[in-house]
Write a protein that binds this ligand. Structure first.
Ligand code: INI
Length: 172
């Protein structure tokens, strides 16, 4: 029978960093509220949450990388809002911030979670930040908790396998 491994959502004892873009703050402040609400509801002590404000989504990946590499946090939640405007800037910021967070997540030992809303209009973005379509900040924090639990499960599963493989002690 297969061994099924899943992360729990238990935030007790965890230290979580949130990186949030100030650009479109009417949206990102709501994403942050959602993320903080999720963390508190799942047992993360408020003293164990650090919020780092950056100018915009562009600055999120490098900041997340720096935070993750310091080894003081169990997860990094990245929050931002990129809203399509009249200029092509949207495309660059949206694509590079998404790719940057993905690359960071792959390079770092802890979960780095993508919670950047991309939308055509401000209304759409607000819908995803606590109005009609849930709160992507809350969802991102949930994903962070789950992934911390899963990474622990993966490490434990690997250790169990190693223990089984160790040769039995020789009899004298
Ligand atoms: N930053 C955002 O977070 N969202 C946007 O929609 C956005 N647009 O469209 O320009 C945006 N631009 C700023 C960017 O993230 C950087 O902060 C800036 O370019 C300085 O490096």
């Amino acid at each position: 029978m297969a061994w099924i491994h899943e992360g729990s959502f238990d935030g007790c004892g965890l230290r979580v960093a949130v990186v949030v873009g100030r650009f479109n703050s009417v949206v990102t402040e709501r994403l942050l509220d959602g993320a903080l609400d999720c963390l508190e509801r799942h047992g993360v002590e408020t003293d164990n949450v650090d919020v780092f404000w950056v100018p915009g989504a562009w600055e999120i990946p490098a900041s997340a990388r720096r935070i993750a590499d310091l080894g003081s946090w169990d997860a990094v939640v990245c929050l931002g809002a990129v809203i399509r405007g009249e200029t092509p800037h949207f495309e660059y910021v949206a694509a590079e911030s998404a790719m940057g967070v993905a690359k960071t997540a792959m390079k770092c030992d802890i979960p780095v979670i993508y919670g950047i809303v991309t939308a055509d209009t401000l209304d759409q973005a607000i819908d995803r930040a606590g109005a009609k379509s849930g709160n992507k900040g809350f969802d991102a924090a949930m994903a962070a908790l789950e992934m911390v639990g899963l990474y622990e499960e993966i490490d434990e599963a690997a250790e169990e396998e190693t223990e089984e493989e160790e040769p039995a002690e020789k009899e004298q």
